[in-house]
Ligand binder design. Structure first.
Ligand code: ZN
Ligand code: ZN
Length: 280
C-alpha cells in the first residue's frame, strides 16, 4: 500500500515519503535490538547495571587479547603481530591488573554510578533511534572524548606534580597488554569516566546510542593497549592515517613524550607532539 501511495503522489511528496520510509527502515533495523534490550528493563534500571555493564564489557574486550598473549608466545605466526615481540606479559603481571580493576569497580565506579542512578533515573523510550543518528552521535562522542583526554593527558605529562601524583601509575608498563588499559589512578579513572559520560548527555543521545558509545569506547581503549597490530586493527580501517590506534599509543608508553591523543592523530599533529609508528 505504501508503494502505491508513493507512485500516486507528486515528485516532492514522493521524495518526502521515500525519505520517511527510509527513516522508518533505519529505525526498524535498530528497533528489534532496542525491543530486546528493553525486555531486560529490570536489569537495566537496577543500580548495579552500569557497574556490571562496564566491568563485563571491559573483561569481554580483554579476553581475546589475553588468549592471544598465551597463544602467540608459542606460535611464531601470531607473534609477528605483537608490537613489542620481545616483551610478553606473565600471569603474575596480569593478576594485579585484574585485582585493581575489580577493586576500582566496587569501591569507585559503583558508588559514582549509584549516585548518578539516584539523581537521574534512566528513562527507556519506546522507539529506537535511527541508524544514521546513532553513527553520527557515536563518532562525535568519540571525537569529543579524544579531545578531552588529549588535553587532560598533555597537562598530566607537562606538569611534573600532576604526572607523579595521578598519571605515573598508568605508565608502570612500558610494554602494554590489554589488562593495563584501566590500570591507573583513581583520579585518572574518574576523569575518563566523566569525559565518557558527559558527551552523550551533552548531545542528548538515546540510551541505546549511549550504550553503543560506551562499548565502542571501551573496545577501542583496550585495543590501544593490546600490544597487537592486527590486520583488522582500527587504524588500518580508517583512511589517511587519521586514526593512530594501538601502534600510536604503544609508542606513547614506550617514549613518553608524544602521541597524547588516545585515538585520532589530528591533535598531536596540530600540537607538534605526533610521532609516526612503524606500521603507519
Ligand atoms: Zn601518558
Ligand atoms: Zn595508556
Amino acid at each position: 500500500a505504501s508503494c502505491r501511495a508513493l507512485m500516486n503522489c507528486s515528485l516532492p511528496h514522493r521524495v518526502l515519503l521515500g525519505s520517511l520510509m527510509e527513516g522508518q527502515r533505519d529505525r526498524l533495523c535498530l528497533q528489534s535490538l532496542w525491543d530486546f534490550v528493553t525486555t531486560q528493563e529490570p536489569l537495566i534500571k537496577s543500580p548495579f547495571f552500569p557497574v556490571l555493564f562496564s566491568f563485563t564489557a571491559y573483561m569481554a574486550f580483554c579476553l581475546p587479547y589475553i588468549a592471544l598473549d598465551f597463544l602467540s608466545i608459542r606460535l611464531p605466526d601470531l607473534r609477528k603481530y605483537k608490537i613489542q615481540p620481545q616483551n610478553y606479559p606473565s600471569l603474575g603481571m596480569m593478576v594485579p591488573c585484574i585485582i585493581q580493576s575489580v577493586y576500582h569497580h566496587v569501591v569507585l565506579i559503583f558508588p559514582v554510578t549509584f549516585l548518578h542512578w539516584y539523581w537521574r533515573p534512566m528513562h527507556l523510550p519506546v522507539m529506537a533511534p535511527e541508524l544514521p543518528e546513532v553513527l553520527l552521535q557515536v563518532a562525535v562522542c568519540l571525537l569529543l572524548f579524544d579531545f578531552e583526554y588529549f588535553l587532560w593527558h598533555l597537562l598530566h605529562h607537562k606538569v611534573p606534580w600532576l604526572y607523579k601524583t595521578f598519571h605515573k601509575v598508568h605508565h608502570k608498563h612500558v610494554s602494554t597488554f590489554a589488562l593495563t588499559t584501566q590500570y591507573s589512578s583513581v583520579w585518572e579513572l574518574l576523569s575518563l569516566g566523566f569525559f565518557a559520560a558527559i558527551n552523550p548527555l551533552l548531545l542528548g543521545c538515546h540510551p541505546l546510542t549511549e550504550m553503543i558509545f560506551f562499548l565502542v569506547n571501551i573496545g577501542l581503549s583496550v585495543e590501544d593497549h593490546s600490544g597487537y597490530d592486527l590486520p583488522w586493527s582500527t587504524h588500518r580501517l580508517v583512511p589517511f592515517g587519521l586514526y593512530g590506534g594501538a601502534p600510536h599509543h604503544d609508542l606513547h608508553h614506550l617514549k613518553f613524550k608524544s602521541n597524547y591523543a588516545p585515538y585520532f592523530t589530528h591533535w598531536d599533529k596540530l600540537f607538534g607532539t605526533f610521532m609516526e609508528s612503524h606500521s603507519n
